[in-house]
Ligand binder design. Structure first.
Ligand SMILES: Cc1cc2nc3c(=O)[nH]c(=O)nc-3n(C[C@H](O)[C@H](O)[C@H](O)COP(=O)(O)O)c2cc1C
Length: 174
C-alpha cells in the first residue's frame, strides 16, 4: 500500500471507530413509487430548518431506496421506538417490499407510514445534493405524527440500546 493510501485508510478507520461510538436514533426512511414500497434503515438523518419545517436524509447511491426516492414526490422518515426493534431487524434482513412484512404500515400521502413509530415525518422531496457516495435528500414537512408513550431505539457501537433511563441518570444541566 502506498503512503497516501495508507494515510487514507488510517483516516477511514479512525472515522469508522469514532462514528461507531456516536449514539444515533434509528429511522426507517420509506417511499412509494410506481405502486411499490421502498425503505431502508438509516441513522444519517437530521432536522434542517423550522422555516420551512424540513429535514435531511443521507442515502447511499447504491441503496435500493435511492432511485425511487430520487423520483418520488414524497417520502417518510419514521423514528423507530424501542417497540419497533422487530421492524429494524426486518429492514436489515429483508429485501424490497418484504421489508414491510413486519409492523403496522399505513399509507399516507402515497408513502408507507409506520403506525407504531415514535414519530413519523411525511415530507415533500424538495432538493437533492450529491456528495461522495451519498445523496442528501431534503424534505419539506407535509405531515407529522408523534406518540408520547414511545422511547427511542438507539444504535450505539453496533448494538441497539435503551436510553430511556438516561434522564433519571442525568446529573443536571451542563
Ligand atoms: C443502523 C444502520 C444505520 C444505517 N444508516 C444508513 C444511512 O443513514 N444511510 C444509508 O444510505 N444507509 C444506511 N444504512 C444501510 C441501509 O440500511 C441499507 O442496508 C443499505 O443501504 C443497503 O440497502 P439495500 O439492501 O436496500 O440496497 C444503515 C444500516 C444500519 C444497520
Amino acid at each position: 500500500m502506498s503512503k497516501p493510501d495508507a494515510n487514507r485508510q488510517q483516516t477511514l478507520d479512525a472515522f469508522r471507530l469514532a462514528m461507531r461510538h456516536v449514539a444515533s436514533t434509528v429511522y426507517a426512511v420509506t417511499t412509494g413509487h410506481g405502486g411499490d414500497r421502498y425503505g431502508i434503515l438509516a441513522t444519517a438523518v437530521s432536522s434542517l430548518s423550522f422555516e420551512p419545517p424540513s429535514l435531511l436524509v443521507c442515502v447511499n447511491r447504491s441503496a435500493s431506496l435511492h432511485a425511487p426516492l430520487a423520483s418520488a414526490e414524497t417520502f417518510c422518515v419514521n423514528v423507530l421506538g424501542l417497540g419497533n426493534r422487530d421492524v429494524a431487524e426486518q429492514f436489515m434482513t429483508g429485501r424490497g417490499a418484504d421489508r414491510f412484512a413486519v409492523g403496522e404500515w399505513e399509507e399516507l400521502h402515497g408513502v408507507p407510514v409506520l403506525a407504531t413509530a415514535q414519530s413519523s415525518f411525511v415530507c415533500r422531496r424538495a432538493h437533492c445534493h450529491e456528495f461522495g457516495t451519498h445523496s442528501i435528500f431534503i424534505g419539506e414537512l407535509i405531515d407529522a405524527k408523534h406518540r408520547a408513550d414511545a422511547a427511542p431505539l438507539t444504535y450505539y457501537d453496533r448494538h441497539y440500546i435503551d436510553i430511556s433511563a438516561a434522564p433519571e441518570q442525568a446529573t443536571g444541566p451542563l
